[in-house]
Ligand binder design. Structure first.
Ligand code: DSN
Length: 457
């Protein structure tokens, strides 16, 4: 029986108080729960958190103001909040082997903003991956604070804009060219990290380049945090001055962020310590009261991520991504870089199937496969209707999908692409075919074989 026909025992009991006071919100909550359970969720930056993480988010810690840091607050009554923040900080430090952790930042963008404020002054130069080549808004993109307040210089691949640093043949980072850019431009900070780069980052090489020009090196590990913990991706902590991250992607925590840094002096002022600059940048420069309920959930997430079970999960995320990549290649899809080393796959749908990313992502969604359209390096199309789609395996692996289900997913994607025909400027998909695939997807997701963390059905 499909979940669309089955009331959720868990939702009705878990959200009883919401139902009593706000039936509208209750209805939306049930629908979203159902949506997350019935679909194959392939957006690589999304996941499922555990019930324990969700319960921590709904604790009384949401009632408390605690500007400051443990032991030095501007409000009375923080003896237990201090305990929570200490738990989260110590667990983060241990998990990553870091000198220092700040767990107050609200998400990945504020974490990066804190890194900028700690390391740079407005007007100084930052080097980061070009957004359409797979970088992130906060690595110097022109419509973001990072490209407005600081002077960006990019690495990536775009012929028209003269951006270099990704090998056009392999799609992979060209570290010699990165070094050339850094020597020429002499940025104050170099960022490694991105949102659509399917290969490993060589953090030691970034460190060496930064050292040659006396720059700081920041690793933004939002996408690969869980893989680093699981030791299936190289670790930036020994190399980066600052490591920033969200907490809701592969690591399976609450929507939030954290910052790790070295206990070192500043390049421009040996009297000052980086640890103090990071903490000051978060509070009071950028934020007031931290979200203590989120910090409580982060503490739980770090505890869960320290287990052998999580290590195996991270390993399976990569195995699944590689199995999915292989199955897609066998079905004629073109993959940027030709495959993946991590949790994500960037498909150039336009190149291989003559379908732009946006209509393809919409058709996949109708068929029960949730993805997002995405630019590919040197994309001839515009960002709002690019050539590619981006998929990943963190969420489906949390449900227990393995290599067997990856072949099913590739097959469904192939059938969706095969059902497309062009009518003038429009890309039309066979509705009957999409409905049939959707039924197969729902059957698999509701078969009972793939329980969803945090949704008890
Ligand atoms: N928005 C995130 C992603 O989807 O990759 C990056 O922060």
């Amino acid at each position: 029986m499909s979940l669309t026909e089955t009331p959720f025992a868990c939702v009705t009991s878990q959200y009883e108080a919401i139902r009593a006071i706000d039936p509208d919100l209750y209805e939306l909550t049930v629908q979203e729960t159902r949506r997350q359970a019935e679909l194959v969720r392939l957006i690589p930056s999304e996941n499922y958190t555990s019930s324990a993480v969700m319960q921590a988010m709904a604790t009384v810690f949401c009632n408390k103001y605690s500007e400051g840091y443990p032991g030095k607050r501007y409000y009375e009554g923080n003896e237990f909040v201090d305990g929570v923040e200490e738990l989260a900080r110590e667990r983060a430090k241990k998990l990553f082997g870091a000198d220092h952790a700040n767990v107050q930042t609200n998400s990945g963008s504020p974490a990066n903003m804190a890194a900028y404020y700690a390391l740079m002054k407005p007007g100084e130069k930052v080097m980061g991956m070009h957004l359409p080549s797979g970088g992130h808004l906060t690595h110097g993109w022109n419509v973001n604070f990072s490209g407005m307040l600081f002077q960006p210089v990019y690495y990536g691949y775009n012929e028209t804009q003269g951006v270099t640093g990704l090998n056009p043949e392999t799609g992979q980072l060209d570290y010699d060219e990165l070094r050339n850019i850094a020597l020429r431009e002499r940025p104050k900070v170099i960022f490694a990290g991105g949102t659509a780069y399917p290969r490993v980052w060589d953090f030691a090489k970034f460190r060496a380049i930064a050292d040659e020009i006396g720059a700081y090196f920041v690793a933004d590990i939002a996408h690969i945090n869980g893989l680093i913990i699981g030791k299936v991706h190289p670790d930036p902590v020994p190399y980066a001055d600052v490591v920033t991250s969200t907490s809701h992607k592969a690591i399976r925590g609450p929507r939030g962020g954290f910052i790790l840094c070295k206990d070192r002096t500043m390049i421009d002022n040996p009297e000052e310590r980086l640890v103090d600059r990071i903490d000051k940048a978060v509070f009071p420069t950028l934020q007031g009261g931290p979200h203590n309920n989120t910090i409580a959930a982060l503490a739980v997430c770090f505890k869960e991520a320290a287990t052998e079970e999580f290590r195996k999960y991270a390993e399976q995320v990569v195995k699944n991504a590689q199995a999915l990549a292989q199955a897609l290649l066998e079905r004629g899809f073109s993959l940027v870089t030709g495959g993946t080393d991590n949790h994500l796959i960037l498909i150039d749908v336009m190149k291989s199937r003559k379908i732009p990313g946006k209509p393809f992502a919409k058709a996949l969604y109708e068929a029960g496969l949730e993805t997002n359209f995405n630019s590919v390096p040197n994309d001839p199309r515009k960002p709002f209707s690019p050539s590619g789609i981006r998929i990943g395996t963190p969420a489906v692996t949390s449900r227990g999908f393995t290599e067997t289900e990856m072949v099913l997913i590739a097959d469904w994607m192939d059938r969706v692409a095969g059902s497309c025909h062009k009518d003038g400027k429009n890309y039309l998909f066979d509705e009957v075919a999409l409905r049939k695939i959707r039924a197969e997807v729902t059957d698999l997701c509701t078969s009972g074989k793939f329980p969803v963390p945090g949704i008890d059905f």
